[in-house]
Ligand binder design. Sequence first.
Ligand code: IMP
Ligand code: MG
Length: 171
Amino acid sequence: MEVLITADRIQARVEELATEIVCAYDGKPVTVVGILTGCLVFTADLIRRINLPLRVAFITASSYRGETVVPGRLEIRDELLPDITGRHILLLDDILDTGKTLTRVVAHLIDRGAASVKVGVLLRKIGRQEVPFEPDFVGFTIPDKFVVGYGLDFNDEYRHLPFVGVLLSGE
Ligand code: IMP
Ligand code: MG
C-alpha cells in the first residue's frame, strides 16, 4: 500500500472544509445526506466540526460497474431518508469519479423537494469525469488511480484505514 494522503493531511483539510461550509450556510440549518457506504468516515469527521443546526441522513447509491447484466445502472435507495421538503441539503460522498452518481443523487434530492443541494466530496479524480458536475466543496484532487481507505473500499475492504492509499498489485 502506497500512502497517497496521510491521516494528518486529511484531518487538517476536513477542518478547512468545515470552516468553508459554516461560512457558506451562514447560520442556516443544514441536512447532511451521506451516500453510503463510502461517505461514512468523511461524514463522521466533518459533521463534528460543523457548528450549525444540523441533521444527518443517509442514502444508498450502488452502481453495478459492469459486474451485472446492466452495466452503468445506478440504484438509489432512500428509505432511510426523512422528509427533506424545503431543507437545505449538503450531500457528501467519498469521491467524484465519472460524476454519474452525484448527478443522479442531486436530481433525486431536488425531486424529493429539497430547497437546495450543495455537494462535498473528499476526493476528486482528475481526468475521469464523464458528465459535467461541479462540487461545492472538494478535499483533494488526486490522479487517476484506484484508491482505498478513509471510507473508500476495494471489495468492501480497507474502508477503516485512516489514510488514503493506492493498492499495489498482489495486496
Ligand atoms: P462515479 O459515479 O463514477 O462518480 O462513482 C463514484 C463512486 O465510485 C464512488 O462513490 C465510489 O464508491 C466509487 N469509486 C470511484 N473511484 C474509486 C476509487 O478509486 N476507489 C474506491 N471507490 C471508487
Ligand atoms: Mg461509493
